[in-house]
Design a protein around this ligand. Structure first.
Ligand code: KIV
Length: 287
């Protein structure tokens, strides 16, 4: 995608019609957005994974629309080329259609060009309302983390025939309601293939195998910025947590043994001013 990606441009990206797979990553702040931009990804998702990977909560249920807008705005201030998608948090699209549209607009005003929400056919009225208010919507089905209590934990979905068929029906309902793409999370690869073949909008997988129209990874997982939990579907492309610990420990050593800061890393008075102040015993330092 050479020019800035838009929701309609993303909607056209089916691998089955010859498109390259879409690349989506999460980011939550301006430096993260710049990294994603310079790496050439297509879509930045300001995901509600924010709750777990940045804010230290144990699940995604703790973040609010205001939290999400705060981080969408930080990403948007970097003016990255990728499409910015803001994640609607739990309870921001569950109460009423009016509330849903207002919360989606909050994220758009913060700088997102589209919003994402979790759930299948039961979300159709909300998707239709947001779309008719001119805001593109990305769907998200399968293992939907906001349903952690209803699902009984973070569990792969669609392992049985009924569940697999429901996922296809959910995807078709979301497509019909106007979603421009659908995230498939935590489903068997064959089920992701069934869904991907059934819809004309691109599917973007995470823990859904290779038969999707794109992939998404969480920033901190991809870069190894956190090492507590490594789900099966995560491939680490860097080890920034251990590299950062090593770098910070080296800094601590240098401070403690006097090796930091050096003369070159310090500002100096001119000889003249030093002499006036009676410093340096003869004034050998220069600015
Ligand atoms: O919040 C998030 O990071 C997500 C992705 C895992 C798709 O929803």
């Amino acid at each position: 995608m050479a020019q800035k990606p838009t929701a309609p441009a993303v909607r056209a990206r089916k691998v089955s019609t010859g498109s390259q797979p879409l690349v989506m990553v999460t980011a939550y702040d301006a430096p993260g957005a710049r990294i994603a931009d310079e790496a050439g990804v297509d879509i930045i998702l300001v995901g509600d994974s924010l709750a777990m990977v940045v804010l230290g909560y144990e699940d995604t249920l703790q973040v609010t629309t205001a939290d999400m807008a705060h981080h969408v705005a930080a990403v948007a201030r970097a003016k990255p080329r990728p499409l910015i998608v803001g994640d609607l948090p739990w309870m921001s699209y569950h109460v009423s259609v009016e509330d849903t549209v207002r919360n989606a607009a909050h994220l758009i005003r913060a700088g997102a060009s589209a919003v994402k929400l979790e759930g299948g056919a039961k979300r159709v009225p909300m998707v239709e309302a947001i779309v008719s208010a001119e805001m593109p919507v990305m769907g998200h089905i399968g293992l939907t983390p906001q349903s952690i209590h209803a699902m009984g934990g973070f569990k792969v979905q669609g392992r049985q025939a009924d569940g697999a068929r429901t996922l296809v029906e959910d995807a078709l309902a979301l497509e019909q309601a106007g979603c421009f793409s659908i995230v498939l999370e935590g489903v068997p690869d064959a089920v992701a293939r069934m869904v991907t073949d059934a819809v004309t909008v691109p599917t973007i997988g995470i823990g859904a195998g290779r038969h999707c129209d794109g992939q998404v990874m969480v920033f901190h997982d991809l870069l190894g910025l956190q090492d507590q939990l490594v789900p099966k579907f995560v491939r680490r492309y860097a080890t920034l947590k251990s590299d950062s610990v090593a770098a910070m420990a080296a800094y601590a050593d240098d401070v403690r043994n006097g090796a930091f800061p050096s003369e070159d890393e310090s500002y100096h008075l001119t000889d003249e001013v030093a002499a006036l102040l009676g410093l340096y015993g003869g004034g050998t330092k220069t600015a």
